[in-house]
Design a protein around this ligand. Sequence first.
Ligand code: NAP
Length: 371
Amino acid sequence: MQLKNIGIVGWRGMVGQVLMERMQAENDFSLGEFTLFSASATGRSVSGKMYGRDFGKILDASDLNALKKMDVILTCQGGDYTKQYYPMLKREGWRGFWIDAASALRMEKEATIILDPVNMHVIKSALQRGETTFVGGNCTVSLMLMAIQGLFKANLVEWISTMTYQAASGAGAKNMEELVAQYDCVGRGLQKNLNVAQSALELEKKVTGIIRSEELPHEHFGHPLAYSLLPWIDSEYEMGQSREEWKGFSETNKILQTTKPIPVDGTCVRVGVLRCHSQGLTIKLNQNLPLSEIEGMLREANPWVKLVPNKKDLTLAELTPAAISGTLTLGLGRVRKMRLGDSFLNAFTSGDQLLWGAAEPLRRMLRILFE
Ligand code: NAP
């Protein structure tokens, strides 16, 4: 099949904007003819200056005839869009490649979850079978797999418990804006009554009062995230898990195509961070190996993982969302044997969920198709 026309849906969102930046940086727009689609901003012409290219008119993302002309549709519009338009296109006999950031199709049989540094063999065999549906993994799962890839490569993992600290932008552009608006609301509230807070305790009471009040913007998160955290992400699933927590087990094992599933479980928490998901990991190894050997495997697993020595100054300087946001680096540190036993490993990882957790596997999949 000759690939030429590529449609991008959802380029205005959080993932979409990062995707467009990365595609421009990697010269991916030279691969073919690109058309932009939008569900809410159609009709206007895009100036030649956007992402260094003239994309012409933005087309309506519900225009099936226009979508059908695409050989590849790359979408980061969201799950509702996927659920509506993917089956419609299939029913109409469209046979192009569908590359998606949303979770809607991930566990479908026809879909391959893409994270090529980890599962290129799975992607290649899907292509050989003539599969055309490729979906990026859940951001925390992809970041965890990339960060401790060395342990999976060596078949050392018996189980993992992962406690997450997930950024506001993981929930989309409007949520990220709401977090900033919440901090701003507190800042403005304090400005009005600066003389009221004469001690640290009074300051705390004032801030807590504002975040509990109706004046705090909360349309998208539903609750205060600024100066707080939210220990539930996504909908309720089974066995008391959130859907985000369920994805840890189901997607890890689908991405790795394990024959004996590796248990993965933990608590997923939204924190008042703008960008970058972090995770505290407890890893049960199936062997007691020296720490230096384990560190070597982790360090060598892929070009993006950066093993930070387990030292306070380096950890605080290099293993934080502030240090890692906007980079392809997968920070990994706090690696040590635990008091729980010699085969229990502690680790902490921080990675940009908009890059390796979303946009990067999508643009790399496009390259794989063309190569
Ligand atoms: P988002 O920021 O909410 O954007 C999704 C779409 O909303 C946009 O592409 C845009 O589509 C529309 N939109 C409407 N008003 C907008 C506005 N004011 N600003 C920007 N966009 C607006 O969602 P997202 O975080 O990019 O996520 C997209 C998909 O990727 C979701 O399925 C999500 O679960 C998945 N994902 C997200 C992340 C992450 O870290 N955010 C990571 C992995 C996977 P139209 O132009 O078509 O209206």
